[in-house]
Design a protein around this ligand. Structure first.
Ligand code: SAM
Ligand code: SF4
Length: 344
């Protein structure tokens, strides 16, 4: 049966609709697999990074992102690894910002660990970036140094201040970790809301080999929510940011709290996202191995016809969803690649 593909209004090219009739409007692009931190749940201490020659150039990242924007992607999130440690990343962001000005893109944003924000916040705002996600799992300097293995909390806090001063809206992302930050979450929530920031808590996902047992750290958000409800009044709200978080408003603070629950509540049915790695591999699902090599399609010809064909083929086999498991019997990660490869 042939599917009639609606036209993406801004480009006149067919929109990307997957086999389950979900329109792909959100692209995450990992611009590097490298990072200045080594968060224990994300990476092993002795991570081997890709040889630089395997990475897409900044021009190729732009070309690839632009191809997706022509096909109806309205939101673009740069991530990594740490996106702000990629050399000259600001030239990519500045170049991509033309799609904001043309109206083809609704949002250009990034997920960052905040370590470089002091340096880049002003320029990001100048490029039309309006809100960013900053990952922060604790406000305790010693615990921060422990979980990131090499991060310094004061630099991240100064980065957050710089971003707020530049007018960027911030959402704090905290991975909920048993025996690490569960007791601290109420404090972090108040701290974020006092500064006008939203906060989202995330369940840890079984991605890539790390140095610890994930079952020791996995904390279901059903439990986190129950505990928070002992102190706060959480009111479900229909607020959406295009991502998978479900939000509540916290009556006591007036701020928003999001829950990303890949483990306890699979959110795949409404998935509008695909992800590209820094080598140009397109993953149609964060939790599945199937992928398409867009770098080969792109480097094979100067025009973008082959690239669009490869994108169509890949979207035509986007799976219905993932099925992550973290338990004592399941020792292997669901997929072998780390979050820093696919891009969180
Ligand atoms: N370095 C940037 C940062 O930390 O924000 C961007 C990349 S990082 C991979 C994106 C997000 O993925 C972070 O919020 C991080 O906490 C989260 N993350 C990494 N590994 C994860 C895992 N195994 N399960 C759940 N979230 C994870
Ligand atoms: Fe780096 Fe982000 Fe992974 Fe932490 S979560 S190691 S900051 S990529």
């Amino acid at each position: 049966m042939s599917i009639i593909k609606p036209l993406a209004p801004s480009a006149g090219k067919p929109a990307l609709i997957d086999p389950f009739q979900r329109a792909i409007t959100y692209l995450r692009v990992s611009v590097t697999d490298r990072c200045d931190f080594r968060c224990t749940y994300c990476m092993a201490e002795d991570m081997e990074f890709l040889p630089k020659r395997d990475l897409l150039t900044l021009e190729e990242l732009d070309r690839l992102s632009t191809a997706f924007i022509e096909r109806g992607v309205r939101r673009l999130r740069l991530t990594g690894g740490e996106p702000l440690v990629r050399r000259n990343v600001m030239s990519l962001i500045r170049s991509l910002s033309r799609h904001l000005r043309s109206g083809q893109l609704d949002e250009l944003t990034l997920t960052t660990n905040g370590s470089q924000l002091q340096r880049f916040a002003g320029e990001l705002a100048d490029c039309g970036v309006r809100r960013i996600n900053v990952s922060l799992d604790t406000l305790d300097p010693d615990k921060f140094a422990h979980i990131t293995r090499r991060g310094e909390l004061p630099a991240v806090l100064a980065g957050i201040d710089a971003a707020l001063a530049a007018g960027l809206k911030i959402k704090l992302n905290a991975v909920a970790l048993k025996n690490f930050n569960e007791g601290e979450l109420p404090f972090m929530l108040r701290w974020a809301h006092e500064r006008g920031m939203d906060m989202t808590v995330i369940e840890t996902m079984p991605l890539g080999e790390i140095d610890e047992d994930r079952t020791d750290r996995y904390l279901p958000l059903t439990l986190v929510r129950k505990r928070l409800e002992e102190r706060f009044t959480l009111v479900d709200i229909p607020y959406k940011t295009g991502g998978p978080a479900r939000y509540v408003e916290v009556a006591e603070t007036g701020g928003r709290l999001g829950f990303i629950t890949p483990m306890t509540h699979n959110f795949c049915e409404s998935c509008n996202r695909v992800r590209i790695t820094c080598t140009g591999t397109l993953f149609m699902c964060l939790g599945q191995e199937d992928a398409a090599d867009l770098r080969a399609a792109m480097r094979g010809s100067e025009g973008d016809e082959a690239l669009h064909r490869a994108i169509d083929e890949a979207i035509g086999r986007k799976p219905k969803g993932h099925d992550f498991v973290i338990d004592r019997a399941t020792k292997r990660p669901a997929v072998s690649r780390h979050m820093s490869v696919t891009g969180g």
